[in-house]
Write a protein that binds this ligand. Sequence first.
Ligand code: ZN
Length: 186
Amino acid sequence: MILPIYLYGSQVLREKAAEADLDEREELTKLLEDMYETMKNADGCGLAAPQVGRSLRVLIVDGSDLADRYPELADFIRRMINPVFTFKSEEMCTYCEGCLSIPNIDADIERPKVVRIKYIDENFREKEEEFDGFAARMLQHEMDHLDGVVFTDRAAPIRKKMLGSKLNNISKGNVTTSYRVKTDKL
Ligand code: ZN
């Protein structure tokens, strides 16, 4: 089921999401399916549960549409429940980011280049993996959503200032998207 995506300015995007209850397997499996369908419908490469109005520590990423630029991502799909960082490199790197909750805006964001994450996968098995490059980038962006942080919070002050009125418009729902969106007011 395709769900509406909550826009910048929605309260749920600013909350610290709760740990998912691993006993609720059926519900979590359904949530992961709905999130995947919602993300693909919106041509996104990542989505966190708060973006569909569920304040839970659940995220998905899919790099297949980015394979032109990043061939290593052709088969890169992860579904993560209750992910936690176990390592962040001191080495940083910068990529241009965007977000389905903040349509038509992008910004260069600096983050650690390599991260390691411990998580529960879609088969409810515990895993720990290291990610580098754009895969690490996508995951850090989605992990931020679980703590109520959006990428524009991390933009350079001057860029943030330039984006101010656009962000304000988005929070009022004054934005055109190819997918269904929601704000606290809409
Ligand atoms: Zn996002």
